[in-house]
Design a binder for this molecule. Sequence first.
Ligand SMILES: Nc1ncnc2c1ncn2[C@@H]1O[C@H](COP(=O)(O)OP(=O)(O)O)[C@@H](O)[C@H]1O
Ligand SMILES: [Mg+2]
Length: 147
Amino acid sequence: MHAPLAPTTRLPIGSDTDLARVRRQVRQAAADLGFRLVQQTKLVTAVSELARNTLVHGGGGHMEMTLLRDGTRRGLRLSFVDAGPGIRDVDLAMTDGYTSAGGLGLGLSGARRLVQEFALDSTPGRGTTVTVTDWVSGLPSPRAGAP
Ligand SMILES: Nc1ncnc2c1ncn2[C@@H]1O[C@H](COP(=O)(O)OP(=O)(O)O)[C@@H](O)[C@H]1O
Ligand SMILES: [Mg+2]
């Protein structure tokens, strides 16, 4: 189960330009898999927050993107990886409004609500990996010109 459909793609996250590229690639992959527009937008919004955290809090890193198949479901799994300071108190970091850096503190908590699966793995002093996965069932829907 969860067999990869294609090799994992790895994209750097080291600049605002990289953030834009990551968003664009995720939007494209989600559309290709047949995710509906609302699901695409939720996923890209979560990705935007997580990739920005990788850049701002993690000091840069990369995203790994893997296409999955599980029976008739197809999925998109995205990992945001950095070797930054890590998160000492994950529950606190996941709390709405908590920020250590003058942000809004809604990135992690918001991202968790926007995706189907969410996992945060962090070791203080070693880094952080956040992995999100979204699934779609059935055949890919036609993209262009569909009513
Ligand atoms: N990749 C990361 N590395 C280290 N700390 C992180 C990382 N991602 C999030 N955090 C911590 O979790 C807090 C909450 O993140 P978030 O909800 O996105 O809020 P914000 O980015 O606005 O501060 C951050 O302020 C930071 O302390
Ligand atoms: Mg944030």
